[in-house]
Design a protein around this ligand. Structure first.
Ligand code: 7PJ
Length: 270
C-alpha cells in the first residue's frame, strides 16, 4: 500500500504535492503512477494530517482535497484506492466515486462513521490509537500490556462494526504504530505482533518513516528507509498482509524476499 497524502502539512511528503495551497493534479498523478509502477496494489489517499499536534481540517476541506485526486487516479490508473479518513461524508462520497477500501485511524469512532462505512459495502481497516485525537495522543501514553490492550480495543471495534452491519470478512486490523505510543510501546508491539493474529483478521502495518525509527536509530525523516525495511520484514514475518509505505519499490523487494524465504518449506520456487 503506497501512501498518497494530499495534505499541505504531511511531515514526509504532503507539501511536495502542493502548489499555491492546492493539491496539484499532475504531481498527485505522477506520484501515484510511480508507486503503482513500483508495485503498489493499493494507494492510501488521505486529506487529513494525523501526525501529533496536527491542525484539524473541515469536512469540506477534506472533500476538496480527496475527491479530485480520487477521480484523477480512478480515471488514469488501475489500482485500488483506499481512503485514509475518519469522516462519514468523505467515506460516502469517495465510495460513490469508486474507492475500494476505507482506512480509519479512529476505527470508525467519529459520529456517523460506522453507519456511513457500513452503507458503502467496502472493506474497512480499523486502527488502534490511544487518546481520542492525534492532537493529544502522544501526551502520556500508558499501558499495562500493550499488545493485550490493543487487541482488546480492536476486538471491541470489530463487535461495534458487526452490530452496525459490517461483517467480519470486510475488516482489517492495524495496531497503529506511533499513535499514542512511546518508542518502547512501538517496539514491543512489533516484537509481539503475532499475538494479534489471534483475532483472525488480516493485519495492516504502517511504520514508514515514523518517529519510532527516528528514535531507535537517531535518524531524521529522510534517512529512515533501512530502518523502515527492517520493520516491514518483521511485520510480514509476524503476519502482516498489507504494508503501508512511502518507499514502494524498496519495500516490495524486501517483502518479496521475506515471502520467498517464508515459503521455502512449502516447496515454492522463487
Ligand atoms: C497510519 C495510517 C497507520 C493506518 C497514518 C503516517 C501517519 N493508517 N495513517 N496505519 N498512519 N492504517 O503515515 O506517519 O499506521 S498517517
Amino acid at each position: 500500500m503506497g501512501i498518497l497524502n494530499v495534505t499541505p502539512d504531511s511531515f514526509s511528503d504532503g507539501n511536495t504535492l502542493y502548489q499555491a495551497g492546492q493539491p496539484a493534479g499532475d504531481k498527485v498523478l505522477e506520484r501515484a503512477a510511480r508507486m503503482v509502477a513500483e508495485g503498489a496494489t493499493i494507494l492510501d489517499l488521505g486529506g487529513e494530517s494525523t501526525r501529533p499536534g496536527a491542525t484539524a481540517v473541515s469536512v469540506q476541506q477534506e472533500l476538496d482535497r480527496v475527491l479530485p485526486a480520487l477521480e484523477l487516479i480512478q480515471r488514469e490508473l488501475d489500482v485500488v484506492v483506499s481512503i485514509d479518513s475518519s469522516t462519514a461524508q468523505v467515506f460516502s462520497e469517495a465510495a460513490k466515486l469508486g474507492a475500494g477500501m476505507l482506512n480509519d485511524v479512529r476505527a470508525l469512532g467519529r459520529d456517523g462513521a460506522l453507519v456511513a462505512a457500513a452503507a458503502t459495502g467496502l472493506p474497512v481497516c480499523l486502527m488502534h490509537m490511544q487518546g481520542n485525537t492525534p492532537a493529544d495522543m502522544q501526551l502520556s501514553p500508558h499501558y499495562e500490556d500493550i499488545v493485550a490492550e490493543v487487541g482488546d480495543f480492536l476486538r471491541q471495534r470489530v463487535l461495534a462494526c458487526e452490530q452496525a452491519g459490517i461483517s467480519r470478512d470486510r475488516l482489517l486490523l492495524d495496531p497503529g504504530f506511533g499513535f499514542g505510543k512511546t518508542l518502547e510501546h512501538n517496539l514491543r508491539l512489533l516484537n509481539q505482533m503475532q499475538r494479534l493474529q489471534l483475532l483472525g483478521l488480516p493485519l495492516l502495518v504502517g511504520t514508514s518513516r515514523k518517529s519510532m525509527i527516528g528514535q531507535a536509530l537517531d535518524r531524521p525523516v529522510d534517512q529512515r528507509l533501512a530502518g523502515g525495511l527492517a520493520t516491514a520484514v518483521m511485520a510480514v514475518q509476524k503476519g502482516a498482509k498489507i504494508i503501508r509505505v512511502h518507499d514502494v519499490a524498496a519495500t516490495v523487494d524486501a517483502v518479496r524476499m521475506t515471502e520467498a524465504v517464508m515459503m521455502e518449506s512449502k516447496g515454492v520456487e522463487a
